[in-house]
Ligand binder design. Structure first.
Ligand code: MRU
Length: 351
């Protein structure tokens, strides 16, 4: 179950650049993660000691963001192997894998992380599978950080020397094991000396933009202003935005799946001739799939109909709450990956 980890729990803690969002603790033999639902007021690290607790944390968005979900899936399988009995080991691990994958169907990294660790354990006796599973999960976590740093470096040159960038949701350190994808690009540009300021869309209904992105950037002292999602078009019309940059949960042959609202920004950016960039690791590409094949996660009514402890929608009125939307690749100016920057017409074969 999830418990408070008091010794590391601290509000407004040290520089997030030096910190991990999710990792394995060898002494405790469990996952440690930032409890993201408490931000921005409380920065707390929690111990996740069972697959059920991890599945719950993912569903509640305590652990979230595509690359972080990939790491969570991988570490979750190490957790599963640790607790699975020798007898029936493979069945127990397979059941846990299925449980984790179904928690969030749209972000491809989650199932990829789970599957990679399952493959590393395949056909091994339980004792060896546990060692191999943990080794491969830790490697996935380490590689994620390196990937984000490289991706950030690759994308930084696309941003203006002095300018204002709009982002949606949170594609930062909190959405990865550290550094971030879209925010990784912004961080790299900032580190290079570019004077970037950021408009962070609040990102209804769960406010990842105002709670998490604004938190991360403010802590790094990168100028950030929070806006409501519906303010973005007006700022573009006022020529106050030089580029839009977002992350991705899955990139198919024809579309980028990202937080609901992303498509709206892409349409507005095209209308106003503003470049629209997507920053994502190669692991986010689903080369075989088209947008129509993808299940878009729908979430509960309460996220929209209950705000700040109040009911905000009449009880008989239905609510639609898609977590993601699909932006056609025709609206994307470039896709920034750790292997380089892709431009239209997109061809993912060589990735
Ligand atoms: O529902 P969330 O908060 O997991 O959605 C996250 C996003 O949409 C991010 O933009 C995406 O995962 C990219 S993270 C680098």
């Amino acid at each position: 179950m999830i418990q408070k980890h008091t010794s590391k729990a601290k509000a407004g803690a040290a520089n997030i650049l030096e910190e991990k969002t999710i990792w394995w603790d060898d002494d405790k033999s469990c996952i440690m993660a930032v409890e993201q639902t408490l931000l921005p007021t409380e920065y707390k690290i929690v111990e996740i000691t069972t697959v059920d607790a991890l599945a719950d944390a993912i569903k509640r968005l305590a652990v979230r963001g595509a690359p972080a979900l990939g790491v969570a899936g991988a570490l979750g399988m190490a957790l599963s192997a640790r607790s699975a009995p020798d007898e029936g080991f493979e069945d127990a691990v397979a059941a846990d894998a299925a449980k984790l994958i179904q928690t969030r169907p749209t972000a491809v990294n989650l199932s990829l992380g789970v599957k990679k660790v399952c493959m590393a354990m395949e056909n091994l006796p339980p004792e060896m599978a546990r060692v191999m599973g943990l080794y491969s999960a830790k490697l996935i976590a380490e590689e994620d950080t390196k990937t984000c740093m490289t991706l950030g470096h690759n994308g930084a040159r696309l941003l203006p020397q002095i300018g204002t960038v709009l982002t949606h949701c949170n594609a930062g350190a909190l959405a990865c094991s550290s550094w971030g994808t879209a925010l990784g690009v912004i961080r790299s540009a900032w580190k290079m000396g570019k004077q970037i300021s950021v408009y962070s869309c609040e990102t209804r209904p769960l406010l990842q933009g105002s709670r998490l992105t604004a938190f991360e950037l403010a802590r790094d002292k990168i100028p950030v202003t929070t806006i409501t999602d519906s303010t973005a078009a007006y700022l573009m019309q006022q020529k106050k935005i030089d580029a839009v940059i977002v992350g991705a949960d899955r990139i198919t042959q024809d579309a980028v799946f990202n937080k609901i609202g992303t498509y709206m920004h892409a349409v507005c950016a095209r209308y106003h001739n503003i470049p629209f960039y997507v920053a994502a690791p190669v692991s986010t590409f689903d080369r075989e799939a088209k947008a129509a094949d993808i299940v878009v996660e729908e979430r509960g009514r309460a996220e929209v109909a209950e705000m700040f402890g109040k009911t905000t929608v009449p009880k008989d009125v239905p609510v639609v709450n898609y977590a993601f939307d699909a932006t056609p690749l025709s609206l994307v100016s470039a896709i920034i990956t750790e292997k380089g920057v892709l431009y239209p017409p997109y061809d993912f074969k060589d990735l």
